[in-house]
Design a protein around this ligand. Structure first.
Ligand code: URA
Length: 441
C-alpha cells in the first residue's frame, strides 16, 4: 500500500477503506508517513470530506493509537461531558459537581486553552495547590471518594490526534467537520466513560460559526459515540456571546462558585442545568424533566458546591477560595472600557472578546506563554442592554498596565452599538440524539 495512492484516491473524492485509513494513521504515528504527505491528505479530506463510515473508522484508529482508559475500578455509571470550546465557558466546573451530587460519577479529562478559547485545566490551576495531573490510581480514588475528578489529558491518550491536530493547526485544516468529529470523539472514546454529553457551540466564538454546521458536527459525533456503544447526546448552544459575565481563569472559577451557590448569571445557570440534566438522563436517572429538577435541587441544597470542595481538597487544592471566593488573588490593575455612543448593544464578537482576554495574559499567545490566572474581563453589559456614552461596558484586569491599550481596542471592536433593540438571542438551539434533531427554538 502506498500513501501516494491513498492521497490520490481521496483527492478524487473516493471513499477510503478501513485498511487504508489504518495504514495512514499507524504509519503517521510511527513516523513512516511524513508530514508533507499527511498535510496533503488532510487538505484532500478538507475539500472532499469523509462519509460516516470513514469518519467512524478514523475515530477508532486515532482512539486506539494510545491508551484506552479502563474506568472499571470506578463503581457505577461514568458520564463525561465535552464542550467544543468557547469564551467564558466554565460549565464543567458547575456541571460536574452537580452531576456528582446527584449520584453519577464524573471522571473527566479536560484540555487547556486553545486559540481564543479557554480551557478547564488552566482555570482549575488558578486554585492554589490544585493538581491537574494525577496517576491513574489517584484519579480513580478521587472519583470514588469525591464523586468526580477533572484532570488534564494523560500523555498517551490518542497520541495520533495530538500529532494530527498540530499539523491541522498549521495547514489550515482545523475546521473540517469529519476531522473535528474524529479528533474530539477519539479522545472521548479513549477516556472510557459510558455516557457522553456533547456541548456543541455555535456562533462567532465557536469553531462552528453556523447552526447548520454545528448540527452536522453534532450528528456525526453522536453517531460515532452510539456506534462505539456509548450513550451520546449533544446540545447545540449559543457562542455568539460570551457565556456568563466573566472571562479569564480565576474570574471564571469565581463565577462557577457563584453559580453553585445559586447566584450565577441566568445564561450560565440555565445552560449548566440543561447540560447536567442531559448527563443525568444519559446515566439513566430518569426523564429529562426529572433530571433537571434533581440538578436544581443539588444547587439549592449546597450538595453540588460540597462536591466541588471535596474534589479540590482531594486534588491538593486550597478549598478556602471555593468557600470564600474573595480570597482569590486578584490582578493589581484594572481598566474600565466605556461605551463610545448611546444605543443598544446588538453584537459582541465573541472571538474578539476571547482575544481581548488573552491579550491581558489570560490565554496563551504562543505555545510557551505563561498564563496569568488573575487576568481577564468582567462584562458589565451584554447584548440587548441599553447604554449611554461613557457607561462602563466591561472591566479589564491585568498584572501590567501596558496590556490595557491593545486589549481595550480589541474589546471596543468586538462590541457593536446600534439604535435598534436587538431580538433576544436563544441560549440552546437544539438537542441531538441517535433518534434525530430536536429543535428547541
Ligand atoms: N477540539 C478538538 O479536540 N479537536 C478539534 O478538532 C477541534 C476542537
Amino acid at each position: 500500500m502506498r500513501m501516494y495512492d491513498i492521497i490520490a484516491k481521496k483527492r478524487n473524492g473516493e471513499t477510503l477503506s478501513e485498511e487504508e485509513i489504518r495504514f495512514m494513521v499507524s504509519g503517521y504515528v510511527k513516523g513512516e508517513i511524513p508530514d508533507y504527505q499527511m498535510s496533503a491528505m488532510l487538505m484532500a479530506i478538507y475539500f472532499k470530506g469523509m462519509d460516516d463510515r470513514e469518519t467512524a473508522i478514523l475515530t477508532n484508529e486515532v482512539a486506539h493509537s494510545g491508551d484506552m482508559v479502563d474506568l472499571s475500578p470506578i463503581e457505577g455509571v461514568k458520564v463525561d461531558k465535552h464542550s467544543t470550546g468557547g469564551v467564558g465557558d466554565k460549565t464543567t466546573l458547575v456541571v460536574a459537581p452537580v452531576v456528582a451530587a446527584c449520584g453519577v460519577k464524573v471522571a473527566k479529562m479536560s484540555g487547556r486553552g486553545l486559540g481564543h478559547t479557554g480551557g478547564t485545566v488552566d482555570k482549575m490551576e488558578s486554585i492554589p495547590g490544585m493538581k491537574t495531573t494525577l496517576t491513574e490510581k489517584e484519579f480513580f480514588h478521587v472519583v470514588n471518594t469525591a464523586g468526580l475528578s477533572v484532570i488534564g489529558q494523560s500523555g498517551n491518550l490518542a497520541p495520533a490526534d495530538k500529532k494530527l491536530y498540530a499539523l491541522r493547526d498549521v495547514t489550515a485544516t482545523v475546521d473540517s467537520i469529519p476531522l473535528i468529529a474524529a479528533s474530539i470523539m477519539s479522545k472521548k472514546l479513549a477516556a472510557g466513560s459510558d455516557c457522553i454529553l456533547l456541548d456543541v457551540k455555535t456562533g462567532s466564538g465557536a469553531f462552528m460559526k453556523t447552526l447548520e454546521d454545528s448540527v452536522t458536527l453534532a450528528e456525526k459525533m453522536v453517531a460515532i459515540g452510539e456506534h462505539a456503544g456509548r450513550k451520546t447526546m449533544a446540545l447545540i448552544t449559543n457562542m455568539d456571546i460570551p457565556l456568563g459575565n466573566r472571562i479569564g481563569n480565576s474570574l471564571e472559577v469565581i463565577e462557577a462558585v457563584e453559580t453553585l451557590n445559586g447566584n450565577g448569571p441566568e445564561d450560565l445557570t440555565e445552560i449548566c442545568l440543561q447540560l447536567a440534566a442531559g448527563m443525568l438522563y444519559l446515566a439513566g436517572k430518569g426523564s429529562l424533566e426529572a433530571c433537571r429538577t434533581m440538578a436544581e435541587k443539588a444547587i439549592e441544597d449546597g450538595s453540588a458546591r460540597n462536591r466541588l470542595i471535596a474534589m479540590v481538597e482531594a486534588q491538593g487544592g486550597d478549598s478556602s477560595v471555593i468557600k470564600d471566593p474573595s480570597l482569590f488573588k486578584t490582578a493589581p490593575f484594572y481598566k474600565e472600557v466605556k461605551a463610545e455612543k448611546n444605543g443598544y448593544i446588538t453584537r459582541m464578537n465573541t472571538e474578539q472578546c476571547g482575544i481581548a482576554s488573552s491579550l491581558l495574559g489570560a490565554g496563551r499567545l504562543t505555545k510557551d506563554s505563561v498564563i496569568d490566572h488573575t487576568a481577564g474581563i468582567e462584562l458589565k453589559k451584554k447584548v440587548g442592554d441599553r447604554v449611554c456614552q461613557g457607561d462602563v461596558i466591561a472591566v479589564l484586569y491585568a498584572s501590567e498596565e501596558e496590556l490595557f491599550a491593545v486589549s481595550e481596542k480589541e474589546m471596543l471592536r468586538a462590541v457593536t452599538i446600534s439604535a435598534d433593540q436587538p431580538h433576544e438571542i436563544p441560549l440552546i438551539y437544539a438537542r441531538v440524539t441517535k433518534n434525530g434533531v430536536e429543535r428547541l427554538i
